[in-house]
Write a protein that binds this ligand. Structure first.
Ligand code: SF4
Ligand code: SF4
Length: 142
């Protein structure tokens, strides 16, 4: 089973269309919506986990792109500044996907970017502000 967390941005003209449902109906993909909203200029955004065969995944993503949807891999949006992280563990309590977890018995906090849904809860939960949003994409998730 192939699985990826994607971030989608929908142009104003496509926001009302059930494009994501077609991933299941026409391409047999499973999806789990992790984050969604409407941006100030009425564009829509969505972060979703998509699972299925690699072939179906590629076809589904190509379908979205043909509809004018901007499709990006979500795993690079949030980064951890390793120099600032003190491994205090605060972020693991708020992370909904398990992207941040405590490795035992070493008791260090690990960050698995592939599991990150870009909810940004860790950004404010981190005392030394070690979790950072990639600056060039901030508009997308405001
Ligand atoms: S809350 Fe911040 S400092 Fe603490 S473990 Fe998480 S990233 Fe590191
Ligand atoms: S943004 Fe932070 S809290 Fe949210 S899923 Fe990613 S690592 Fe976890």
């Amino acid at each position: 089973m192939y699985s990826k967390i994607l971030k989608l941005r929908f142009p104003v003209t496509e926001v009302q269309k059930p494009l994501v449902c077609k991933l299941a109906l026409e391409y047999g993909l499973m999806f789990n919506i992790l984050n969604a909203g409407i941006l100030p200029r009425k564009e829509g955004f969505m972060v979703l986990e998509v699972s299925g065969s690699k072939k179906s995944y590629k076809e589904g993503v190509n379908y979205l792109k043909r509809q004018g949807v901007d499709v990006q891999n979500a795993s690079q949006e949030i980064k951890r500044n390793e120099k600032k992280c003190t491994h205090c563990g605060s972020c693991t309590a708020v992370c909904p996907t398990g992207a941040l977890s405590v490795k035992r018995p070493e008791m260090v906090v690990e960050f698995d970017q592939q599991k990150c849904s870009v909810c940004k809860l860790c950004v404010t939960a981190c005392p030394p502000r070690a979790m950072e949003v990639r600056p060039t994409k901030q508009l997308f998730f405001k």
